[in-house]
Design a protein around this ligand. Structure first.
Ligand SMILES: *Cc1c(COP(=O)(O)O)cnc(C)c1O
Length: 361
């Protein structure tokens, strides 16, 4: 069967080159006579895979000295707990900026461990279409950190810039925009991201943490979520998600070979501009997000007539354009166009949408 264009929000499409490389090495990784899935995580072969992936990620993001890079389990949702457990410190306070569904989940989880307050919320009648203006954030000087979601995957809302939080460390749940463009890591206390949007298969979660923020966790922190313990053990306090880590490493190599994060940013911007440009030019399709906060990764759109949703999805599927159904909380459609979605996939989607509008508009 031919591969389709898969617009899934996550787990999401992977670069074909990455899948082919994994396939070629599946039974015998580089003459070891075994699969990466079957290796001891303490053996030379896997340790070399893990080190290479870590170095490549540091290179891609230009991670400065004084930051540790961890490969953990439990997903981004695990870090909803990991962040407060490691960072809340003596003040026991943290401020959260909410502009979509994932931020809401993050603050709820953090509330189990201390005083996690919503410092800004851009919801209007429960719906999100913009980020909260920085001037409206009610930050507390003694908060241990400020948490925000650079890209809200469900609503398709992305911050154009990194917000300034002064001396209070900034924490970003980068899951759905990780590695889609360069990030100035030095502006952050913690960056975390599940791999399954832009950086590999599900199962591994990257955490980039400023070293001075580690080593003072809450009592009772599970050892696998203790940043300092994991950093000291090279993320191998227990068996790491070896195969997912390896696949993430192949994805990093693919990004490096395709222009690095600048290359990704340029291509992602072009893809997003094309798709939003088409939606805006049509009376049949619409996207409700404020133009300056539109996500380059996740593009939700509505049809003029909701009753056509099922037909749209069925015909798109037949045309090899798959997983376009919007999140149930937003409705309509959502096209996720991460790094691994080729530009031809976006062109094919636009062609299909144009034809569908002609037939049904
Ligand atoms: C997908 C996603 C999550 C959840 O990730 P898991 O790995 O399933 O825990 C959290 N935050 C954002 C922004 C996401 O896109």
């Amino acid at each position: 069967m031919a591969r389709v264009y898969n617009f899934s929000a996550g787990p999401a499409t992977l670069p074909v080159e990455v899948l082919e490389k994994a396939q070629a090495d599946l039974l015998d990784w580089q003459g070891t006579g075994m699969s990466v899935m079957e290796m001891s995580h303490r053996g030379d072969a896997f340790v070399s895979i893990a080190e290479k992936a870590t170095q490549d990620l540091r290179k891609l993001l230009n991670v400065p000295e004084g930051y540790s890079v961890l490969f953990l389990q439990g997903g981004a949702a695990g870090q909803f707990a990991g962040v407060p457990l490691n960072l809340m410190g003596s003040s026991q306070k943290a401020d959260y900026i909410i502009n979509g569904s994932w931020g809401k989940k993050a603050v709820k989880e953090a509330g189990k461990y201390g005083d996690a307050q919503v410092a800004a919320n851009s919801a209007v009648d429960g719906a999100f279409t913009d980020v909260p203006a920085r001037a409206d954030w009610q930050l507390r000087d003694d908060a241990a950190y400020v948490h925000y979601t650079p890209n809200e995957t469900i609503e398709g809302i992305e911050y154009p810039d990194v917000p300034d939080t002064g001396n209070v460390p900034l924490v970003g749940d980068w899951s759905s925009a990780f590695l889609s463009k360069p990030i100035d890591v030095s502006k952050y206390g913690v960056i975390y991201a599940g791999a399954q949007k832009n950086a590999g298969p599900a199962g591994v979660t990257m955490v980039i943490v400023r070293d001075d923020l580690m080593g003072n966790p809450q009592s009772g922190v599970p050892m696998v979520l203790d940043y300092k313990k994991q950093a000291d053990a090279d993320s191998m306090l227990n068996t790491p998600p070896c195969f997912a880590w390896y696949m993430a490493g192949l994805t990093f190599e693919w990004i490096l070979a395709n222009g690095g994060l600048e290359g990704m940013a340029e291509r992602n911007q072009r893809k997003a501009d094309k798709l939003y440009g088409f939606i805006d030019s049509s009376d049949f399709y619409s996207n409700p997000v404020a133009p300056q906060a539109r996500s380059r990764m996740n593009v939700p759109f509505l049809l003029a007539n909701d009753e056509l949703n099922k037909t749209f999805l069925a015909q798109a599927d037949e045309a090899g354009l798959c997983t376009l159904k919007g999140h149930r909380s937003v409705g309509g459609m959502r096209a996720s166009i991460y790094n691994a979605m080729p530009e031809e996939g976006v062109d094919a989607l636009i062609d299909f949408m144009r034809g569908f509008e002609k037939a049904n508009g």
